[in-house]
Write a protein of this length. Structure first.
Length: 152
């Protein structure tokens, strides 16, 4: 594990602006399943745009870019691991679980606060998922700004 402190970015619907640090609402994601907390973010604004690309559709409600600061999070480092950055949804649909869950299960078991991992489509960009979203680890540090996808 490594200790991480730094800025992270999220893209949220404008309607979520009052709770910018709320965990993922979907019951299942790349590194969480029912009953688990996960807050997904990117280590750059560009990375946040890349991460959300597959979920953006014409006619979506307005979105905002939000920056937060992480302080002293102990993270398992999966950057450069292609098996952590796969398209997991189709596998999940076929098998009922995602193979990426083993990474978060292992990290949670050793007390990690989250994971660092590479973008699938742009491996030079990195993302973070936090399992602990306490104010001691993550806090907002900038006002939200309008975000408009550059790939409509």
């Amino acid at each position: 594990m490594l200790e991480f402190s730094g800025a992270v970015w999220r893209i949220l619907f404008l309607s979520q602006i009052d709770a910018p640090l709320a965990p993922a609402q979907a019951p299942e994601g790349r590194f969480h399943y029912a009953g688990q907390t996960a807050l997904y973010a990117s280590l750059s604004a560009e990375g946040a745009g890349v991460a959300i690309r597959r979920y953006v559709s014409d006619g979506d409600p307005p979105r905002v870019l939000q920056r937060a600061s992480v302080t002293g999070a102990m993270l398992a480092d999966l950057r450069g691991r292609a098996d952590a950055s796969i398209v997991w949804q189709g596998i999940h649909d076929a098998q009922g679980r995602s193979p990426t869950w083993r990474f978060s299960d292992d990290a949670r078991a050793i007390g990690a606060d989250g994971l660092l991992y590479s973008s699938r489509s742009r491996p030079e960009l990195n993302h973070v998922v936090l399992f602990d979203i306490s104010p001691a680890l993550i806090r907002m540090d900038a006002a939200a700004t309008e975000w408009v996808p550059s790939y409509s």
